[in-house]
Design a protein around this ligand. Structure first.
Ligand SMILES: Cc1cc2nc3c(=O)[nH]c(=O)nc-3n(C[C@H](O)[C@H](O)[C@H](O)COP(=O)(O)OP(=O)(O)OC[C@H]3O[C@@H](n4cnc5c(N)ncnc54)[C@H](O)[C@@H]3O)c2cc1C
Length: 235
């Protein structure tokens, strides 16, 4: 069912109006687009974004939608290095009034708040979790079961930190910022020893990081079916 729905969604392409962009940190940028009235998505999903204002090779990239539907705007947040791809260069050239094409959004990286959940973000992998936590905040009731976010960034450069802290202050969400794998493993161990396979585990970030954390959890006897992965291919 999910697969068929996703396949159908991919045919629904829309051109979204670019609103603005800004720097989050030295090499991370956010881009905001107007939410088309007919566009809907679930938190944790990603869209396929295509550059249409100029011709470039490899003009499409998947990006998690980093905003909750209740925010009424489509947000993508991405790293842009000193020597970016043509796609990222084209993103930086966007001016208000220009458009980008979106197919989808699709995917099933969704958190249900009635099961204790451990969310593990590696660097830019925070994007789907921002949307998920913003939605919980907007619903205003807090999570029924505890949600713990472990946010790993080896440069200690945490985007969305103020927003995440605000959500953590007001809801049953706990956020821990971590700078090393050892510290991350220690925090994972605390959660797994308490909730074991009663909990659900969500990992998002560069593919290699997602795979190694998934193996770590499985070595700790966490069943594969309790681990959901959002692998950012391309890093
Ligand atoms: C489901 C899904 C969701 C995704 N969501 C997001 C998202 O929300 N935000 C996001 O930024 N990306 C996301 N990605 C990855 C995104 O689609 C691109 O692949 C990624 O941003 C790289 O973009 P680029 O190819 O334009 O290269 P650039 O970012 O311009 O990089 C140029 C080159 O440098 C390499 N490179 C750049 N940074 C690194 C790094 N940190 N480590 C190793 N190599 C590097 C790249 O491999 C590339 O070859 C997602 C991918 C998937 C599959």
């Amino acid at each position: 069912m999910g697969f068929i729905q996703d396949a159908l969604s991919m045919f629904k392409k829309k051109d979204l109006l670019f609103l603005e962009s800004y720097k989050e940190t030295e090499n991370v940028y956010t881009f905001l687009f107007e939410k088309d009235k007919t566009l809907s998505w679930k938190t944790g999903q990603y869209g396929l974004f295509t550059i249409i204002h100029k011709k470039i090779k490899n003009n499409t990239r998947p990006f998690s939608v980093a905003s909750a539907p209740t925010e009424n705007v489509v947000r993508i947040t991405t790293t842009i290095s000193a020597e970016p791809s043509d796609f990222k260069k084209a993103l930086l050239e966007l001016k208000p009034g220009m458009r980008i094409r979106i197919a989808g959004p699709v995917g099933s990286f969704s958190v249900t708040d009635n099961i204790p959940s451990l969310l593990i973000a590696g660097g830019i992998g925070i994007t789907p979790f921002r949307a998920i936590l913003k939605q919980i905040e907007a619903e205003g009731k807090g999570a029924v079961q505890p949600i713990t976010l472990l946010y790993l960034d080896s440069n200690n450069s945490y985007i969305f930190k103020d927003e995440l802290n605000e959500i953590a202050n007001n809801h049953s969400v706990h956020v821990t910022y971590l700078g090393s794998r050892d510290d991350l493993h220690e925090e994972i161990d605390k959660f797994t020893s308490k909730y074991k396979n009663e909990g659900k585990y969500f990992i998002a970030g560069p593919k290699s990081m997602v795979e190694s954390i998934s193996s770590y959890l499985q070595k700790d006897n966490i069943s594969k079916r309790n681990i959901k992965k959002d692998s950012f291919f391309g890093y």
